[in-house]
Design a protein around this ligand. Structure first.
Ligand SMILES: [Zn+2]
Length: 359
């Protein structure tokens, strides 16, 4: 079966693309056009992201902008300027991705350029220098223009999508049940890994007193020594002993943090916010002090996730921050864990867009 390129140098079948939430969340006509385009490319072009959750849009925006009284963008009642050297990202509520009328394609951009019009799609090559971003040819390019005259209507597009909509999802989280989908891509650390999940893991091991609070402990690598420590921790916690840090192990490792707290557990939270792109990577942002800046970010994130915006980071907020499919507080031995296959909905949008513009 032909497979198609997606982010992180992965390839994926059309079945998996079509089954993903990011594809299913697009308008049905948009789905058909994107699918036809992908299949016609015979493996050259794939889907990176269609529907983008508001929380992901917020991550992108906060990652690239700072509050500035003279800034050109308005969001959350403040003016913002784009950081130097980074590409555009619309504030939450302003992107066509959030209403399922845009898709970011991956793979052979020259092929896309040459064939996109055949599928009644236009790229943003000449708009924001975004050759991968496609929208329906006949619709306005800007979301505000579209919403002033929504000729294709507004989401949810059909009954099936409504069940995965914000209200149902929020209800699931509020009830403490298993979320049908994560609001953020899942952080999972496996022995030998580097990357965002490992940064959080190493900080959590330090906070637990399992590793010394020293630069050498923050190597960025999930090497043999941290693996041994995690396996010991899993053994004493009654978890599966495999060194894989997913929802169950996160649930046992991560601790509740509240506004006003100080210390190593706050650093774990701050590092998580940094790797999620919710706060900038500065020394002051990992000072172990849960002050008003950290609280504002958490409350905004909780609001988007449909949680009580109280700034308290307990199991529910950790679940959404970690991007787990099952609540991180779950410590049941043998409970289902996410499979290892490529899941479009789990690919880290911030990593995928690193250095690239994203509307
Ligand atoms: Zn886009």
């Amino acid at each position: 079966m032909t497979d198609y390129p997606t982010y992180a140098n992965k390839r994926i079948t059309i079945d998996k693309i079509v089954a993903s939430h990011t594809f299913q969340g697009m308008h049905p006509t948009m789905q058909q056009r994107v699918r036809d385009l992908i299949e016609a490319s015979a493996g050259r072009v794939g889907l990176g992201q269609g529907l983008r959750e508001p929380s992901q849009q917020l991550q992108l925006f906060l990652n690239r902008h700072v509050v500035d009284p003279n800034g050109k963008y308005t969001y959350a009642g403040q003016r913002w300027s784009r950081l130097p050297g980074v590409a555009a990202a619309a504030p939450p509520g302003k992107s066509m991705h959030e209403i399922g009328l845009a898709a970011d394609m991956t793979g052979d951009m020259a092929w896309l350029h040459d064939h996109v019009a055949r599928f009644d799609l236009q790229t943003f090559e000449d708009v924001n220098n975004e050759p991968w971003h496609v929208q329906p040819s006949e619709l306005p390019r800007a979301r505000s223009s579209y919403e002033s005259r929504p000729t294709w209507g507004l989401p949810p597009w059909d009954g099936s999508h409504a069940t995965t909509g914000d209200a149902a999802h929020t209800a699931g989280i509020m009830a403490g049940g298993t979320a049908s989908r994560p609001l953020t891509p899942a952080l999972t650390a496996r022995p030998g890994d580097t990357g965002p999940a490992v940064a959080v893991l190493l900080e959590a091991l330090i906070a637990r007193g399992l590793m010394p609070d020293a630069p050498g402990s923050r190597s960025g690598l999930y090497g043999p020594e941290p693996t041994r420590l995690v396996e010991d921790f899993q053994r004493t916690s009654g978890l599966d002993v495999d060194g894989v840090v997913g929802p169950q192990t996160w649930g046992a490792l991560l601790r509740q943090v509240r506004p006003g707290d100080r210390g190593a557990d706050v650093v774990v939270l701050q590092v998580t916010l940094i790797v999620r792109g919710l706060i900038a990577e500065t020394v002051g942002n990992r000072d172990g002090v849960y002050g008003s800046a950290t609280r504002d970010v958490i409350r905004q994130f909780q609001g988007l996730a449909g949680l009580a915006a109280d700034g308290e980071v307990g199991p529910k907020t950790w679940t959404v921050l970690i991007g787990a499919r099952t609540p991180v507080a779950s410590r049941t031995r043998g409970a289902t864990t996410p499979d290892d296959g490529v899941d479009l909905d789990d690919l880290d949008v911030l990593t995928a867009y690193d250095g690239l513009p994203a509307e």
